[in-house]
Design a protein around this ligand. Structure first.
Ligand SMILES: *Cc1c(COP(=O)(O)O)cnc(C)c1O
Length: 423
């Protein structure tokens, strides 16, 4: 059941589409029973297999010319001087923290509402994640709370461009003492802009994820972009154990070159086998954003007059529309999730408040009840399917189930609750 919802091979989907449309022509029957709407469906072109074959033919499988080409393109797109492809956002972030010399005794401020990786990478290098709450309207890190959380041990802040909306990086910079690094978690925000600025332009570094369900994907992967030449040089070593020469350089000129390790690194480079999948996607990101924007607005307009809540998008922001989160009031989220899943809809939870997860909840240094906005959103939120090839009949199915099977019972339960409260 779960696997059919979350992994929907195109061939399978198009077979069902043909099957379904013929069924609908006969009569509008069996709609809810047969419809499956996956959480995500990738848009990799059919030519991807040929590209992978090309890399295999080349004989060089790890990070080489295909990575370099994508890195050059990333620099051009974001107007930055350095880009490094990585095996994931997570490994890219570990490499950035190591390259900045952040480790035991250091503090890094992170939002409580994010994917757990944002906090975990800080622990992985032996530093301490310090959680702060998010703004109630946008769910983005609260800059006043960041300022209040700064101590003499603070080395960096990792703002998260949650769901695709950018944090205002110049405002965050202005709130911080000099010398504190800003590392953008841009896993949701390849296409986002704020006040005309893009990730990587006003921070020390921005990190993207090319994980299987992200807007740009190669299955597993990521990238770090930065304007800081010294950081870029350290990062080049930090992604390869700390080695002073990468494979492509060690054998250049036909002669083996010795290498050294001066500082501990991790293993975070992306192989050409995966990098080759990225190049074509980079040319079409804006077209796919326009499709997600249209679908997201259709959800918003259709659900505006309901008790469901949405994050606000600021006037000066262009959201990358990575996910479509809603907030279900009255403690009904898990019940609504079950109704959606039972009707074949691949809804997910992004995210529960990170300090509520056992690893952090059982840590006595993490304050209890310190992040009420994140807690409330994390108890109430779920994400509806949103991806460029989501068809109108698929989105209609999601909306029909919400209006038919979810909202009526939600309304009556809320009226009951209000009635009880009034007594
Ligand atoms: C997906 C995601 C990550 C982790 O990305 P990986 O490439 O899977 O390591 C980090 N932060 C956020 C906000 C994410 O959504």
């Amino acid at each position: 059941m779960i696997s059919t919802i979350f992994h929907d091979p195109i061939s399978h989907a198009s077979f069902r589409l043909k099957f379904r449309s013929s069924l609908l022509k006969i009569k509008n029957f069996g709609r809810e029973a047969s419809m499956r709407v996956p959480f995500y469906r990738h848009s990799l072109p059919a030519s991807s297999a040929t590209l992978v074959a090309e890399v295999i033919e080349s004989g060089f499988l790890t990070s080489g010319q295909y990575c370099s080409r994508v890195e050059d393109k990333l620099c051009a797109i974001f107007g930055v001087s350095h880009a490094k492809l990585t095996s994931s956002w997570t490994q890219g972030a570990v490499a950035v923290l190591l390259a900045l010399g952040i480790g035991p005794g250091d503090e890094v401020i992170v939002p409580a509402m994010t994917f757990v990786a944002t906090a975990n990478v800080v622990k992985q290098v032996g530093a301490t994640p310090v959680f702060v709450d998010v703004e109630p309207s946008t769910l983005l890190i609260d800059i006043a709370s960041v300022r209040a959380a700064v101590t003499s041990r603070t080395r960096a802040v990792i703002p998260v461009h949650l769901y695709g909306q950018m944090v205002e990086i110049p405002a965050l910079r202005a709130a911080l003492p000099a010398g504190i690094r800003i590392i953008e978690d841009a896993a949701h925000c390849f296409e986002g802009r704020r006040g005309g600025r893009r990730p990587g332009q006003d921070s020390d570094a921005a990190i993207f994820s090319f994980y299987a369900t992200k807007n740009v994907t190669c299955g597993e992967g990521g990238a770090v972009i930065t304007q800081d030449g010294a950081l870029a040089a350290n990062l080049k070593e930090a992604v390869l154990h700390g080695m002073s020469a990468a494979a492509a350089q060690r054998f250049s000129g036909g002669r083996y070159q010795h290498w050294d390790v001066a500082r501990l690194g991790t293993k975070a480079n992306l192989p050409d086998l995966l990098a080759v999948l990225l190049e074509t996607q980079l040319d079409s990101v804006d077209a796919r954003l326009a499709q997600r924007e249209r679908l997201a607005r259709r959800y918003e307009e259709n659900l505006a007059a309901t008790p469901l809540g949405f994050p606000a998008i600021e006037a000066e922001a262009v959201s990358a529309r990575h996910l479509f989160p809603i907030h279900v009031p009255g403690g009904q989220r898990d019940r609504v999730m079950r109704v959606l899943n039972d009707h074949g809809i691949g809804a997910t939870v992004n995210y529960r408040s990170v300090p509520e997860l056992s690893l952090y909840r059982n840590d006595p240094t993490v304050p209890r009840n310190g992040f009420p906005v994140s807690l409330d959103w994390g108890e109430g939120t779920l994400c509806l399917p949103l991806f460029p090839t989501l068809r109108q009949d698929e989105q209609d199915h999601v909306l029909n189930i919400l209006h038919g099977a979810v909202l009526p019972s939600l309304d009556s339960r809320m009226i009951e609750e209000r009635g009880v409260a009034a007594l």
